[in-house]
Design a protein around this ligand. Structure first.
Ligand SMILES: [Zn+2]
Length: 466
């Protein structure tokens, strides 16, 4: 069934090999409508985190699966606390290949209802959209994953890989749901080769598809707190023991330090893939970004883009400052919190040593605020990546399928640490403006047509990776 020997560029022109399979018997219009109804009902389950209340969401999904004869387990209720849970289900197959996991989070971020034009927990369907907190992040994708799995079971398509479905608590606050799941149930993941979850946007800019994005890598947060101690006294008599000027000197050095540029494999592919959207020397530069960064003009142009700059180096943002709380008091201590984000292949010990060298002041005390997560960089040459390319090109033959690095953080590293190839995959084609305003903002919504598109797209990806 697979087209391993055919070049990817040809795939879009070949009639689907599955033409005779029962998959063709699916009525996609009615499955799309069913997916919209389920999403609408799911958005009405309020899982604002804190406190989370993911147990209600887990029960809702469990009952949808039960109707299809798929047993789902509610897990980790004791470990996660009152009203909280993870969910696990598996579509068993007769095939001998390794499993693929679909992972979503059950919680959502808080809302400020007065800024919304609909009740954010009504699951309103109007003007061609499903509205509600979680429509994009990420109950919409969770329902699409669930319905694609159900559609595969209903269709009777022969599968070689078990399909695992996991709903996690607490992604939006501590990521504790995924951490507890991996700690307690590594056995359930033992045969999982591939995992798909949020973190790979298909970018639509003013109605024009820019690319299909597969998230193969994300940056690691490596937040630092630096502190200088001094002696408290009256502000009317300046002293050498005021810790504030010394902290400012340290921050000044960090603010003006340029972290070295470094091209990782997924980022090189991303620039190469988007190069045809540019002309002239910009196209040449992007097609080989590592070489271009050695030229001052190219380097200046590329690093002027805040996203491009952030995926080409470790970054430092000075954010929180604390010292005296009164104008006439010299404080006994001054501190700053620094948002540092590392490329996935960086060594935390070496980076910390580099920063200490830049600051060059032994009076500055360093503290790593949270233990950094495992690095996330998954390989690109895989059966899953090829399946995504095939399904995407069937829909948009000219589209690039590329690998933009996420500068934020997801639960993916928690699973990647088990050796699972972990991709960010978004089943929707989301307008940049909707993503920008809706995700963690107001009036979060996903198009009805987009939901129907997403469930068919993911269904095909899962079929092609068999
Ligand atoms: Zn999310």
């Amino acid at each position: 069934m697979r087209l391993a020997t055919v070049s990817l560029s040809l795939l879009c022109c070949i009639a689907p090999l599955a033409a005779q399979t029962p998959a063709q018997s699916i009525d996609w219009d009615s499955l799309g409508a069913e997916t919209v109804r389920n999403l609408s009902a799911y958005l009405a389950v309020n899982t604002t985190n804190p406190p989370g209340n993911e147990l209600a969401a887990a029960r809702f999904l469990q009952q949808l699966l039960a109707k299809e004869g798929i047993e789902a387990q509610i897990l980790d209720t004791t470990e996660l606390g009152p009203g909280r849970a993870n969910l696990y289900a598996r579509l068993h197959t007769a095939g001998g290949k390794k499993a693929i996991a679909l992972v979503n989070h059950l919680d959502v971020v808080p809302v400020t209802p007065r800024f919304w034009s609909v009740d954010p927990f009504s699951g309103a369907v109007k003007d061609g959209y499903v509205w509600g907190r979680g429509a994009l992040d990420m109950k919409g994708e969770g329902i699409v994953q669930l319905m694609a799995l159900i559609a595969l079971k209903r269709s009777g398509v022969a599968l070689d890989r078990d399909i695992v479905f996991i709903g996690n608590a607490d992604e939006e606050v501590g990521g504790n749901g995924a951490v507890v799941f991996v700690q307690r149930h590594a056995d359930l993941l033992q045969d999982v080769e591939f995992l798909m979850t949020e973190g790979g946007d298909n970018l639509v800019d003013h109605g024009r598809l820019a690319y299909y994005g597969v998230g193969v890598a994300e940056k690691r947060t490596f937040w630092q707190k630096i502190t200088v101690r001094g002696v408290a006294s009256h502000g009317s008599r300046p002293t050498k023991q005021n810790p504030v000027p010394r902290l400012i000197d340290a921050l000044h050095r960090l603010a003006h330090y340029e972290m070295p540029l470094h091209v990782t494999p997924g980022v090189a592919k991303y620039f190469h893939d988007i190069a045809p959207q540019y002309t002239g020397r910009q196209r040449v530069w992007l097609s080989d970004v590592a070489t271009a960064l050695k030229q001052p003009a190219a380097r200046a142009w590329i690093t002027d883009n805040v996203y491009w700059n952030a995926v080409l180096r470790n970054t430092i943002s000075l954010t929180v400052l604390s010292a005296s709380n009164k104008t006439n008091v010299i404080p006994s201590e001054a501190s700053a919190e620094i948002d540092i984000r590392l490329l996935p292949d960086q060594d935390t010990v070496a980076v910390r040593a580099e920063l200490v060298r830049v600051v060059a002041d032994t009076a500055v005390h360093w503290e790593t605020m949270y233990p950094p997560k495992a690095p996330l960089e998954s390989p690109i040459e895989t059966d899953l990546f090829r399946a995504i390319v095939r399904a995407a090109h069937e829909r948009d033959p000219e589209a690039q399928v590329t690998t933009p690095m996420l500068t934020g953080a997801t639960d993916r590293p928690t699973y990647r640490a088990l050796g699972i190839v972990t991709y960010g995959f978004d089943p929707f084609k989301t307008e940049e403006a909707d993503a920008q305003h809706g995700v963690h903002g107001n009036d979060e919504r996903v198009g009805v047509a987009n939901v129907a598109f997403g469930v068919h797209y993911l269904f095909d990806v899962l079929r092609y990776v068999q």
